[in-house]
Write a protein that binds this ligand. Structure first.
Ligand SMILES: NC(=O)C1=CN([C@@H]2O[C@H](COP(=O)(O)OP(=O)(O)OC[C@H]3O[C@@H](n4cnc5c(N)ncnc54)[C@H](OP(=O)(O)O)[C@@H]3O)[C@@H](O)[C@H]2O)C=CC1
Ligand SMILES: O=C(O)[C@@H]1CCC=N1
Length: 266
């Protein structure tokens, strides 16, 4: 089975890295095509994947085609692909916003599966989901699970939940990076070197995420908050300041803004 990536930016590079580092997907089964050739050349030399110069070459070589261009490039990519595609080829798209019905306009005879990974795929820690049409076979869905398991975890969701998964699972790393940097910056103000402050903040966030994951169903996150807040202590001052400053509401509004933009991409 051969795999062809169209678009070799941040996400495709992360997925190709995961595939090549697994023992499941040999590099000689992976093909790549990018608008500018520098990224193709780099991935070919780093991982040993095959570089394609044209859509014709990539489509001819691939059993599974992974679309990893920005949503605004999809229409022209799909128009170029449509006359070249064979019915048995599986299409996987990781683009935000575009529903399965969008792809069916261009490729009515092919199975298209939407996958939403996140940028933590770069370190093998993506939280991913996929939505498949009724026509998708169990083997096609299993292939998607196997492929994206090389860069983290993956669950199947109904397409109605794809946008909120994208916001809470795949846009949120940006918010979390901002939070980590804000903690570190505050540490710098009080004398910590930035590198040390970042290590402390990121490590604390990692541990906190582990605590939440290991207590789901047993303790509410606010039970954990209460365990940090000593009566009359220091942390409660920070917690109440965050509440006064609408910390939670700000996060909710950020997710709402992501959802609004996602809907506009359709
Ligand atoms: N970044 C993220 O956190 C996530 C992104 N996504 C989705 O993944 C997709 C890719 O995002 P990301 O990797 O961040 O974006 P990038 O901009 O890093 O990568 C997109 C790549 O597509 C290439 N490209 C553009 N047009 C064409 C074309 N016609 N043929 C071949 N290659 C083309 C670009 O080439 P060039 O080098 O010339 O610019 C670029 O390398 C998007 O649809 C996004 O919604 C999904 C989950 C998370
Ligand atoms: O910002 C974006 O459009 C993509 C979708 C999820 C993360 N990044």
């Amino acid at each position: 089975m051969n795999y062809g990536f169209i678009g070799l930016g941040n996400m495709a590079s992360a997925i190709i890295k995961g595939m090549c580092q697994s023992s499941v997907f040999p590099p000689d089964t992976i093909f790549g095509l990018n608008r500018s050739s520098d990224k193709t050349v780099k991935l070919a030399s780093t991982y040993g994947i095959s570089a394609c110069d044209t859509t014709e070459q990539l489509v001819a070589a691939s059993d599974v085609i992974i679309l990893a261009v920005k949503p605004n490039m999809l229409e022209s990519v799909l128009q170029t692909m449509a006359p070249l595609i064979r019915e048995q080829q599986l299409i996987i798209s990781i683009a935000a916003g575009k529903p399965l019905s969008f792809y069916a306009q261009f490729l009515p005879n092919n199975t298209v599966i939407r996958v939403m990974p996140n940028i933590n795929a770069m370190v093998g820690a993506s939280t991913s989901c996929f939505s498949a049409p009724a026509r998708a076979t169990d083997a096609q869905k299993q292939l998607v699970r196997t492929l994206f398991s090389t860069v983290g975890s993956i669950v199947e969701l109904p397409e109605e939940q794809f946008a909120i998964f994208t916001a809470t699972g795949c846009s949120s790393p940006a918010f979390t990076y901002m939070y980590i940097d804000a903690l570190a910056r505050a540490g710098v103000r009080d004398g910590l070197p930035k590198k040390v402050a970042l290590e402390i903040a990121a490590s604390s966030v990692l541990g906190s995420a582990k605590m939440v994951l290991e207590s789901i169903g047993e303790q509410h996150p606010y039970d954990l908050v209460d365990q940090v807040c000593s009566p009359g202590g220091t942390t409660i001052e920070g917690v109440m300041t965050l509440q006064d400053q609408h910390f939670e509401h700000t996060i909710h509004e950020a997710i709402r803004a992501v959802m609004k933009k996602d809907a506009a991409l359709k």
